[in-house]
Design a protein around this ligand. Structure first.
Ligand SMILES: *[C@@H]1O[C@H](CO)[C@@H](O)[C@H](O)[C@H]1NC(C)=O
Ligand SMILES: *[C@@H]1O[C@H](CO)[C@@H](O)[C@H](O)[C@H]1NC(C)=O
Ligand SMILES: *[C@@H]1O[C@H](CO)[C@@H](O)[C@H](O)[C@H]1NC(C)=O
Ligand SMILES: *[C@@H]1O[C@H](CO)[C@@H](O)[C@H](O)[C@H]1NC(C)=O
Length: 730
């Protein structure tokens, strides 16, 4: 009875290491894992990490050898592997030794030796090969393969396990060249009935030990259970021990390898994220790694001067930074000039390529890389497109500390699912959404993600640029866009592109509909980039107006609150002066309906500079909520016929006689500073004999237009005073 129970337990307990301890199980110490790796790729490091996690004993063959066994992306090849294995086996005398031979660049373990050995024993053969759905390299051999009732019929050479004596027997016939196909060699042994019997070979038809992903992508899903994460083969309902991204399934193994083994789980979050860090804290400034920052301006882009302000704010010693600025746009030359004028000397070095040099964008990327490659002190290249908003001042430090050959911070676009990475690729190499994309974007899964495509901003180690990525044509392709060509080459070189969402790093701007026909084009960005617009132009304390009641009432029913930043005020004034067509302050005014103005001012209307739609959006978003709060029960769509900037000057028009406004309510924003830019000024409400004498720059006065709030503009006695006035709901 007891014996039966143990057998049952063994059959069903492929998961539980303790349940199957009956006599005769192979001791874990008898297992040796052999793998061939001529280079230490990211994939190889991933393999070793997974092996170490489960305490496999690994011997690496071929280290330092030049790989001659064909391109691992395009079989056949692999003879070198067989030769190395054959000679390694010669040293092994122990008859009971069990050898597992697996590839490494695209292989991960998802469970430990005990489970592997148990499943090997259950296969009841001396040698077990992984199985494939697809046959290669010789399709003509199909009929010679034994039929199987269920499961996969063809042999896969990327993984097998067996007793040393049987493997020796199997390899005794090998005399092939390094470039010959190992797959064909083993297949021929397997389809030969005598050899199959005498060596005692079988296939792991149902992926109990080995999962080859090629031809099997639909069979495999991630499975989270009981504090573990594994791959499940849903076709055979098995939990393979070894996952192999053979052939063109590198992206899938990368995806699974973001989780398996134990790298990210619901219970623990990211466990990889704190491994192998390169801490910077405690370093002297002069010990910080030298970074070349490449800044690429390839199209008219909003908020370029803000970009440089944020660049300046990165927390990193500037004398350890070298800048490479590539600018293709005349329009942005003044922004760069202003930045360099004040800050060039703070950086170790600055190289600027302007539009006059007529260098194409792809070449500029290569020149940027070379600036780092060719400088022996350079340790990192930090590539940033100018439409990136560098919100996180610690970004560069964080990325360096994560210590990966290639890493990108996740960047988002407000209110959209767009990010600067793709979780998967479609068959033709374009965007596809991975199963975990939404969870990563929304921050429900935080960590480090090996992904097939990143853009806009990334950090590469200089060593990687000098070795794996030394190709001077990383961005060239006959068919692909430069960004896709680059990612494709990085992938094919076996460099993992990690993106991290462990912190909030920033955003990417929309460059759509960006017009460059004004002086301060950013003012027009309220629709296209509202978040950035608000940060630039809305007063830092505006949020306190409604929330904390930061609102004053200097006269009855006149409300006063902060709304514009100093920059907004400055830009609006400069924009109007740049336009220059001030009205003469006469009664006859062709700009308005009826052509006659009762109380004329020297002004420019918002619609004269093409700013009426944007201004209405501003009033709707920032003035209407205050109006509705202060005058309860009144709702506004912020419609206006007249909104304008007024200029008061002693020798032009210094004041305005008492009048009513043609509005339900009026918004009057002071654009410059009393006592500094001008003397005098202010506004007096006659009915209440109440004046606002010291207007604050960027603050809005909100008051009813008609009937009660008869008012006058007090004389400006020196300098120039600017206000912006809107007659809302006329
Ligand atoms: C691996 O070995 C270490 C120390 O020998 C042990 O603490 C750990 O639990 C082992 N891990 C597994 C998965 O068996
Ligand atoms: C293969 O080996 C197993 C276990 O050692 C043995 O039971 C079985 O009979 C062998 N099969 C053949 C065909 O020799
Ligand atoms: C915002 O409010 C804080 C606290 O009252 C004040 O210190 C700060 O100067 C205000 N900011 C501006 C731009 O006025
Ligand atoms: C209006 O106020 C000013 C100063 O606040 C005061 O001097 C003046 O007498 C007032 N006028 C009337 C008519 O109350």
């Amino acid at each position: 009875m007891r014996g039966v129970l143990v057998v049952l337990a063994c059959l069903f307990a492929s998961f539980s290491p303790l349940a199957c301890n009956q006599q005769g199980s192979i001791p874990e110490g008898d297992l040796l894992v052999l793998t061939v790796a001529t280079q230490e790729t990211d994939g190889f490091r991933r393999f070793l990490r997974s092996a170490k996690h489960f305490n496999y004993t690994i011997k690496v063959l071929g280290r330092g050898e030049t790989w001659k066994g064909g391109d691992y992306m395009s079989p056949p090849g692999g003879g070198q592997k067989v030769r190395l294995l054959k000679s390694a086996l010669e040293d092994i005398q122990d008859e009971n030794r069990v050898i597992l031979l697996v590839d490494s660049y695209d292989v991960i373990f998802s469970s430990g030796p005990r489970e592997l050995l148990k499943k090997f024993q259950q296969a009841k053969h001396r040698v077990v090969f992984s199985a494939e759905t697809l046959i290669w390299p010789d399709r003509h051999l199909e009929d010679k393969h034994p039929h199987v009732r269920e499961g996969k019929r063809f042999l896969g050479a990327g993984g097998f396990i067996g007793y040393a004596p049987n493997l020796k027997q199997m390899l005794s016939d090998w005399s092939g060249a390094d470039s010959d196909s190992d797959q064909l060699f083993f297949t021929k042994l397997y389809i030969n009935p005598e050899k199959r019997k005498s060596i005692n070979i079988t296939l792991d038809n149902k992926c109990r030990l080995f999962q080859n992903l090629h031809g099997a992508l639909d069979e495999v899903v991630l499975k989270f259970e009981d504090g573990r994460v594994r791959a499940r083969n849903v076709l055979y309902n098995t939990l393979p021990v070894i996952i192999h991204g053979n052939g063109p399934t590198k992206l899938q193994i990368n995806y699974l390898g973001n989780y398996i083994p134990h790298l990210w789980m619901f219970e623990t979050g990211c466990t990889l994220c704190n491994e192998g860090l390169r801490p910077l804290s405690g370093l002297q400034e002069s010990e910080y790694p030298v970074v070349v920052i490449g800044i690429f301006i390839q199209q008219p882009t909003p908020f370029v001067s803000v970009f440089f302000e944020r660049l300046l704010n990165l927390k990193y010693p500037k004398n350890r930074l070298r800048l490479f600025i590539y600018n293709q746009e005349l329009h942005h030359e003044p922004h760069i000039r202003t930045f360099l004028e004040y800050h060039e000397s703070e950086y170790q070095d600055v190289k600027l390529i302007g539009p006059e040099e007529d260098i194409d964008p792809v070449t500029s990327r290569n020149i940027g890389f070379d600036m780092c490659r060719d400088d022996i002190d350079c340790e990192y290249f930090f590539s940033i497109d100018v439409d990136v908003v560098l919100k996180n001042e610690d970004m560069l430090r964080i990325l360096i500390e994560l210590n990966k050959p290639f890493i990108a911070p996740m960047m988002t676009k407000p209110g959209r699912l767009w990010t600067n990475f793709w979780g998967a690729l479609s068959a033709d190499g374009y965007y596809a959404r991975s199963e975990d994309y939404m969870d990563i974007v929304k921050g429900r899964r935080m960590g480090l993600w090996n992904v097939p495509y990143v853009s806009h901003i990334f950090l590469i180690k200089a060593d990687t640029l000098r070795t794996d990525l030394k190709d001077p044509d990383l961005f060239e392709s006959a068919t692909l866009d430069p960004d896709m060509a680059f990612c494709s080459k990085v992938r094919n070189k076996g460099v993992f592109m990690f993106v991290t969402n462990m912190h909030t790093f920033g955003r990417v701007l929309s460059t759509e509909n960006y017009q460059t026909n004004h002086l301060h084009n950013d003012l027009w960005q309220i629709f296209e980039n509202p978040v950035e617009w608000e940060e630039r132009y809305i007063h830092e304390n505006y949020s306190k107006v409604l929330r904390d009641g930061l609102i004053e009432m200097p006269c009855p029913d006149v409300y006063w609150f902060p709304v514009f930043t100093d920059v907004a005020c400055k830009h609006l004034i400069e924009e109007m002066e740049h336009f220059g067509q001030w009205s003469g302050g006469r009664n006859v005014d062709k700009r308005i309906l009826g052509g006659y103005e009762n109380v004329p001012t020297v002004d420019i209307h918002m619609n004269q500079v093409g700013y009426d739609k944007e201004w209405q959006k501003f009033l709707l978003d920032y003035a209407a909520p205050v109006t509705e709060k202060m005058y309860p029960g009144y709702y506004t769509m912020a419609q206006f016929d007249l909104a304008f900037v007024v200029r008061y000057k002693p020798d032009e028009q210094p004041a305005l006689r008492p009048h009513h406004d043609a509005s339900t309510f009026t918004i009057n924003i002071a654009l410059n500073q009393v006592g500094i830019d001008y003397q005098g000024g202010g506004c007096r409400f006659l009915r209440y004999n109440c004046s606002v004498n010291a207007p604050r720059r960027g603050w809005a006065l909100l008051h009813p237009g008609r009937l009660t709030h008869y008012h006058e503009g007090l004389p400006t006695i020196e300098g120039v005073r600017y206000i912006s006035v809107s007659f809302v709901d006329p």
